[in-house]
Write a protein that binds this ligand. Structure first.
Ligand code: KIV
Length: 272
């Protein structure tokens, strides 16, 4: 865990709630390792998600399904060691909470104890209600995740926009209200129509954090490597790239290779 510094006011679940109450948008990003988490935190992001997207971004899997609880704890503890200010939320990975509420609680407790993170995130609504309630009653803050829930990709069969039809939209609203009623401190809304995000965000007092959910969410989240342009192939319409680090990094490394080949590196000043 990071060392307490009285000069830095930590972001808590209450801060996140206050931001919504005063109409200030919440910034959130993923991080999976110590070095990047330090940069994200220093840049002023309020909520850092150790997402199970680590399965794609860090490990190169096609889906989020393969990542394990042990691997999530490894990523989360690396992030926690770097973060001085942001709230650190960790995804409960696929298979660590769907079985029953006892298993869900055990998984959440392992994350909190072994990583030092501040909250967990879980995908789903009514079907995982009992597990959410059990984790909350152990004093662990829970963030919900509705809309496109990547852990269910093989059920959906596609990463297309969710809840366009009336019945699915109504279920999402009901699930969002349930998550608030049982005590979740916020929720991610992924890849749903803007109008639905607006409706849910106005109905709830807890904040919504959108990804591909339009401008009406109370906050926004992106996968860090997508925002920085490190990943190249992933080009959904909702993604804004703020840098082209793939090109910058490739050029820098190619330059290094060149310098080594031509014996330009190291020079005399770089030698002992
Ligand atoms: O795992 C993840 O990165 C996420 C975000 C896309 C919200 O769940």
């Amino acid at each position: 865990m990071s060392i307490h510094n009285p000069d830095i006011k930590r972001v808590t679940t209450h801060t996140i709630q206050e931001l919504k109450s005063r109409g200030e948008k919440i910034s959130a990003l993923t991080a999976y390792d110590y070095s990047m988490a330090g940069v994200v935190d220093a840049a002023g992001v309020e909520l850092i998600l150790v997402g199970d997207s680590a399965s794609n971004v860090m490990a190169g899997h096609q889906t989020t399904l393969p990542i394990t609880l042990d691997q999530m704890i490894y990523h989360a503890s690396s992030v926690v060691r770097a973060v001085k200010r942001a709230l650190v939320v960790v995804d409960l990975p696929f298979g660590s909470y769907q079985g029953n509420s006892e298993e869900a609680l055990r998984s959440a407790i392992r994350i909190m104890k072994e990583s030092g993170a501040h909250a967990v995130k879980m995908e789903g609504g009514e079907e995982i209600r009992e597990s959410i309630v059990r984790i909350l009653s152990a004093g662990v803050p829970v963030m919900g995740h509705l809309g496109l829930t990547p852990q269910s990709i093989y059920k959906f069969g596609t990463y297309a926009v969710r809840a366009k039809e009336e019945a699915e939209a109504q279920k999402l609203i009901d699930d969002a209200v349930m998550l608030q009623e049982v005590g979740c401190f916020g929720m991610v809304l992924e890849k749903i129509p803007s109008t639905l995000t607006k409706q849910v965000s106005e109905k709830l007092t807890i904040p919504t954090i959108g990804i591909g959910a339009g401008p009406y969410a109370d906050g926004q989240i992106l996968v860090l490597h997508d925002l920085l342009g490190i990943t190249k192939e992933f080009k959904p319409r909702f993604l804004r790239r703020y840098a082209d680090l793939h090109t910058i990094m490739t050029e820098a490394i190619a330059h290094y290779v060149d310098d080594v080949k031509t014996a330009e590196f190291p020079n005399e000043k770089e030698a002992y």
